[in-house]
Design a protein around this ligand. Sequence first.
Ligand code: NCD
Ligand code: ZN
Length: 345
Amino acid sequence: MINELIIPKPDDMHLHLREGGMLKVVSQHSASQFGRAIVMPNLKKPVTNTELAHEYYDDIKIHTKGYDFEPLMTIYFNENLTLEELKKIQASSRVVGIKLYPKGVTTNSNMGVGSFESGYKIFEMMEKLDVPLLIHGEVNDSKVDIFDREKIFIEKYLIRAHKEFPNLRIVLEHISTKDATEFVRESSSKIAASITPQHLLYNRNELFLGGLKPHAFCLPVLKREEHRVAVLDAAISGNSKFFLGTDSAPHKRSEKESNCGCAGIYSALNAMEIYAEIFDRNNAIEKLENFSSKFGADFYKLSQSKNKIKLLRANNKIPNNIKVDNDTIVPLMAGQEIGWNCCDI
Ligand code: NCD
Ligand code: ZN
């Protein structure tokens, strides 16, 4: 039995760090588990250009001073991305890609694209400059059943976009369906996917377990068991197209437990322990290293970290809540015991 894992410092390839008091708390959680993280641009005022990304980078660096942690910035896809701006993005060592949200699909996405095809001119320039496109892959059509929105997005938009721009590197973020795993597996090496802990742990029953569970609500919403199993199989398969991205997305408790609760699950504080627990429960602990520390870096053409972390088999209790400003965040697996501890060397 493996009781200890020493692996290169992992990368969180999909993370929300927010701003203000929240940023202060959650950035240090990520910095204590990960060496790098791809930071989402969906702030209240979205990060729409390189200048704003560099400002946000500086903020994150201030809050994570003393940690060996590098934020990898993203730009919020918008129609003002001219060739000149795209060249700045490509030239910046701090920016790794552009994140596209269909308008209104999730938290702070009101400035997202209305029609997917309207992005084609920009996709073409990104393809030429080899700037990766990160996609929240759900249709924003409220008439489409919420459990089908990822599948329909792939069928209606993604397959075609990949054909039109075969050299554009695309990450389908936080995949939640069997359909997504199949699409990614069958596409060229330019297509990859990030995988969250919640989509590995739970199916949609979790949302209604003994009552309505706002802290299990995220987007894409949890799906049927067959989809969870397919996403889990992809994560532990050793296929380099699938890599770690927590989508840790903190919201204050009062905003989750509300008449219109926000989508997003917070996992950053114990993320590596939780992934280790999941891989171990599925007899695949030896597959964690590449999933967390290699495949994502390779896809983004980054070198693997030379620093290491240690994961130990040991009892570990996830806190019930975490204080932020005058409120709390309820984390993934709150109050539960798991069998792995991270991260000293
Ligand atoms: C994210 C958030 O809160 O910013 N929420 C979520 O449920 N995943 C946005 C996102 O990634 O969709
Ligand atoms: Zn996200």
